[in-house]
Design a protein around this ligand. Structure first.
Ligand code: ADP
Ligand code: MG
Length: 390
């Protein structure tokens, strides 16, 4: 399911119409009949549609499925990726796509660039990718679920992430700048930092620790619990003061699809788990433990500053959507990185060849420490422009 954008420039307006028609048809058809694609696309030349279909199938944007009753096509993840990128390009949000910098169970992360050359991050949500693989044997499962569900759920995850990022950013939380969202994708600013997981030494661990815990508390005061607050989702940037040469560590929080409201039935459990993740990591990695107990959920929500959970619900990511996504994630065991770390993963600093599952899911930049810079568009293969003009 690797994103290969090299063909995007060669698609003509008719190809896009037919691809869009397949997407529209798949809203209520598991398998979109060729005649329906043709009808929705309503190309001027009658035969043109078949040429476009074969074009799109050849590059894997749609896939032919033979069925007892009729033949038809389904939109592939690649097709959905192209549609989303096409929209971002038309909106002048994205001009080119470069290296993949992260791969998760439920997402792929790429560096991309705007028309002005600003480096951005493209996060493609891929819910159902793993679950479908593991439950493939269960035919009933596939029969009972519409194939549109992975598309819909991935879109919900992207929408949720974008809406929360916007709300958090507005309140001054250290999160990436949200730039755009379309279908199952989010565009945000590239943070010039590595996940805390890759940092072997922080000068002043006590102050970074205190800052992270106070962020968890502050989130609760804004009605929210991150739900996956761990060393993979905290990016840490080293900033050196040009005059004093003092190094400060600046954290940025990412990854919001599993965020929950403080009203959630298991709110306290998620809050405690976020706190425990940070405590465990600081103790294992930096040998730092605090004498202070807590912070505790009940104390944190005594002072409510604002209810971002309620605000986001009103702004587009509705309660119904939240419930649907929540149910899907539960059913499919989507629990972010924390769920896996919770199993008592043994921190291994000695460089043995044991690689935890959670760790192996993230592609590692070349350096172990934050001294290098994160992989950027120029670093490896050149970025691929998405339009033929310019
Ligand atoms: P997942 O849901 O797959 O865990 P994340 O949003 O946590 O997705 O991103 C995975 C990895 O990609 C992160 O651990 C980080 O290394 C990198 N990453 C994601 N967003 C950014 C960003 N805005 N800037 C820099 N790196 C990022
Ligand atoms: Mg993550």
């Amino acid at each position: 399911m690797k994103l290969n954008v090299k063909n995007i420039r060669y698609l003509g307006p008719d190809d896009w119409r037919v691809l869009t028609a397949t997407e529209m048809g798949s809203r209520n058809h598991e398998l979109v009949p060729t005649a329906l694609i043709s009808q929705i696309a309503s190309l001027r030349s009658g035969n043109g549609v078949h040429k476009c279909i074969s074009n799109l199938a050849k590059i894997g944007l749609i896939a032919k499925v033979k069925n007892a009753k009729y033949d038809g096509y389904r939109l592939t993840y690649g097709g959905l990726d192209y549609l989303a990128l096409h929209t971002h390009t038309k909106a002048s949000t994205v001009y080119s796509v470069g290296n993949q910098i992260g791969v998760g169970k439920e997402s792929d992360i790429y560096v991309c660039a705007s028309e002005t050359g600003r480096q951005l991050v493209l996060k493609i949500h891929r819910l159902g990718r793993i679950s479908f693989r593991t439950v493939k044997a269960n035919r009933d499962y596939l029969r009972n679920r519409s194939s549109a569900s992975w598309m819909y759920m991935s879109r919900l995850a992207a929408l949720k992430e974008f809406e929360f990022m916007k709300a958090l950013r507005m309140e001054g939380f250290p999160v990436p700048e949200p730039i755009g969202q379309n279908r199952h994708t989010v565009i945000m600013s590239l943070v010039d930092a590595f996940p805390m997981r890759q940092i072997s030494n922080v000068g002043d661990s006590a102050s970074l620790y205190a800052e992270l815990l106070s962020l968890i508390v502050r989130l609760a005061q804004y009605g929210l619990i991150h739900g996956d607050f761990n060393e993979f989702n905290v990016l840490v940037e080293e900033k050196t003061d040009t005059e004093t040469h003092e190094v400060t560590l600046v954290p940025t929080i990412i990854d919001f699809p599993q965020m929950v409201s403080i009203d959630h039935a298991n709110a306290e459990y998620y809050f405690d788990r976020d706190v425990a993740c940070i405590k465990r990591f600081f103790s294992r990695r930096f040998g730092f433990t605090s004498d202070e107990p807590g912070p505790f959920f009940k104390d944190s929500i005594k002072t409510i500053v604002k209810r971002l959970d309620v605000e986001v619900e009103a702004s587009g990511f509705s309660k119904r959507m939240a419930k649907e996504l929540d149910a899907y994630m539960k059913e499919h065991g989507v629990d972010g990185d924390a769920g896996e770390l919770e199993g008592g993963e043994d921190e291994d600093e000695s460089g043995s060849d044991h690689v935890s599952d959670a760790e192996s899911r993230h592609s590692e930049p070349t350096s172990d420490t934050p001294n290098g810079s994160p992989p950027a568009v120029e670093d490896a293969k050149p970025a691929t422009a998405l339009t033929s003009s310019m």
